[in-house]
Design a protein around this ligand. Sequence first.
Ligand SMILES: [Zn+2]
Length: 1041
Amino acid sequence: MFGDLFEEDYSSVSNNHYGKGKKLKTKALEPPAPREFTNLSGIRNQGGTCYLNSLLQTLHFTPEFREALFSLGPEELGSLEDKDKPDAKVRIIPLQLQRLFAQLLLLDQEAASTADLTDSFGWTSDEEMRQHDVQELNRILFSALETSLVGTSGHDLINRLYHGTIVNQIVCKECKNVSEKQEDFLDLTVAVKNVSGLEDALWNMYVEEEVFDCDNLYRCGHCDRLVKAAKSAKLRKLPPFLTISLLRFNFDFVKCERYKETSCYTFPLRINLKPFCEQSELDDLEYMYDLFSVIIHKGGCYGGHYHVYIKDVDHLGNWQFQEDKSKPDVNLEDIQNKEEIDDPLMILKAILLQEESNLIPVDQLGQKLLKKIGISWNKKYRKQYGPLRKFLQLHSQIFLLSSDESTVRLLKDSSVQAESDIQRNDQQLFKTLTSESSRLNDRPSCPHWFDINDSRVQPIKEKDIEQQFQGKESAYMLFYRKSQLQRPPEARANPRYKVPCHLLSEMDAANIELQIKRAECDSTNNTVELHLHLGPYYQFLNGALHPVVSQTESMWDLTFDKRKTLGDLRQSIFQLLEFWEGDMVLSVAKFVPAGLHVCQTLNGDDLTLCEIEITDGEDIFVWNGVEVGGIQIPTGSDCEPLLLNVLHVATSSEGEECQQFIESPHVFPSNAEIGTVFTALAVPEGVILINNTESRDEENWTTIPKEDLKKTFREQGLRNGSSVLIQGSHDGNSLLTKQGKWINTVNEINWLQVKNLSQLESEEEQVKISATLNTVVFDIRIKAIKEFKLLKELAENSCLRPIDKNGKLLCPVPDSYTLKEAGLKMGSSLGLCPGKAPTSSQLFLFFALGSDVHPGTEMEITVEETVSVRTCLKIMLDKCGLTGDTWHLRKMNWCFEAGEPLCEEDAKLNELMICSGDTLLLIEGKLPPLGFLTVPIWWYQPRGPLHHWKDHQDQTNCTLSQGGVWKASSTPGAPSDAHAEVSLWYLGDLEISEDATLGELKSQSVLIWHVLYAMFSGHDLALLGVFHPIPSLPPSLDGGK
Ligand SMILES: [Zn+2]
């Protein structure tokens, strides 16, 4: 049954630990953290349960309650083990509470869980818990407990400890008859609004009388008439534990909203309730109550957080830390608080407390004050409090002036005096006195206070309680215990006191289990796995170490506790390697692309692996520290080997004609001079170019100036995988051309560059695919897809398109072609693009709108080669989102201009010799029917311009059309009216049969002139329909003069 409890605990605690360590290697969940130095256990917040936790801690730190609960044995409560048995009477709530208290007392964990307890209340969701207010919860908890204890010896547990009574009395002024009503309470609710503190509130409730007078008379049953009377309430029976709820939350009826009363509300550490009680004949001590718990609410009225200040009555916690911390200068610390600087009483007392026998000459007191707060009494306080001496006199219950008034002394028993003399009008003074007295009497035997905030438990000073008098974070519930309740000496600092045996053994077992788990976890967290590389199994080759045998033989794994020393590790390795002779040096090694590299040698045999920062998975080279296989091994990160790609041109024996471009890996120490490349490749001299990028484009290559050849590879920023290009001085032409194709003197290259253009968003990658002129395009494509690690599906729906020197993607090459058939040159660039390549019966065409084509903006289309011009036009218009029949197609000619129109709309594309890769232009304007010509007609007019034409045009607001027909038919040197007096006037386009005679053309033209003339003369315009189309007018008719 205990196992369940822990499983829960582990899961929530271990989450907090994840992410702290570098590596998550915990196989088992981490056990909960042990208690902190306070040696007190908090309670985990289960989501909005902070108030429950505060209340439970208060009950827990009410030893009388705790012990009364513990006194109920299994014979009365049953046992949790039987809770699922139908006939067993198991009182789950008290049992769960017992166990929680036992855990809080004895289980070595930072925080306990209340999950089982809340389950016993039947609260299964956070929501149900959040519905309750802490004051409400107190009653619910008590009521639930009371109900579950019916029929046991604990049936009156709550009553015994918390029940009190109030008596309300009305006294008739006439017959003196007393009419009374008694009320029970488990807690007292007191007002906060317009009240300065607890005593003030109690005074209002239990001392002040309400008088029935004048208009508001009381009907006395005895006199049987309306009479004057006095109403009062008194505390009749005081419980051993007095719970007080502060009405911090109020309703603002003007604003119609809840608000939190944050005004100052004081409450004493010890209160004398005698003035508020009905009977006052008992000894004063019977009425004394000590504060032992303060539940604090932090936040506004619609949420917030609860925590609790608790007095550790039984000295269960460790408060040592706080004492040490507070010793140096508690008083100086006090006056850091601005409020306290404003209170001269505080300051003066603080100064006096530091003096021997708390005595000081009054003159010196003034000086010390100036020193402490940086301002004199006269400047700071005189205006408000009068002269210093006068102030001391006025507070004679605190300060004792000598008879000649030269010295002042702090009265140690001043507080006792004050306590027995509750001064309602001097609350502030009372507050300071009580807190001061507690400090004065702060002997180690005094119970200490702790702030318990869910899982966290921290020691606090008693005077910290004062900070909860007011503000957003302020006291919400107060718990007092009768001062006369004495704790037995054997309970002191004894968490096992009165805990029933079965819970003691349960906790002991659980603690052992926790210890084991922590130890296991600790060792798991502290082991590192080391990879030992044994020197004798390695050889130094090409600038780095390589195993001469298989890796399983050359590398040994060793699991080691990192809290052990390097000496321990060496010893263990010696034992592991029985064959080892001579010195053993352990060095941290590192795998680099060139091989294994020895970084630094480990020194300091008495240092732990932790201290020398050995991490999990570290590679350790085990050797003699000097050589491997007779070769001295360079060590250190300076000379870390770099694996570079060296490119150079080698001329074969057949001379210039058969130069060969060679690319080969070479390893160089990072601290070697870059010039050593020449030596390594046996090139006498030349130019070195470097490229630190993946791309081989020209702009990424930088030439190293001659003076920089002495710089190291590292200084030049070369990394593993960087490329170095060597150009011997006699290599002739540059290997880099201006177009970015960086090779031209090389006759035989054996690769193609493929760029990944299949994904729009991804970064552009490129790979080199080796090939010959006989390689099939399909193979190149599949290799590229593999190299790019792209999805296999792409093989079905992608194509390769050559990239021209402008970066333009050309028409896709069919998969079945060899590179030679596709006309691809070695070394050229291809783009891997989405979409299938056209089949042998399809055409891949570019097209654009208008004749003004910007390269790269063309659209693309794949059509069957047998489609008609008409269909092709329709498809292209659709793609552009255009409609209508006033369009035609022209083929773009080799100088990027619109060529002849494709007149035969029914002709098939292949019949018109349209090929893949051609660009067609969509031009506005309908073509004349087959066999007709469109002829622009101009009127030659030797005299001045026809001004009225323009006038007319303005009148009709005719739009000047700049249609494609006009523009396309205009050629350089077109007739222009700009030439002096001779003018040509454009009349319009005339559509005429190819077979028409010149005479027919002439008569048609004259007709147009007549029609236009008629327009100006105001004649019938019906004739306009004769020719077709309606004339399109040139942009400017009179030369724009
Ligand atoms: Zn009466």
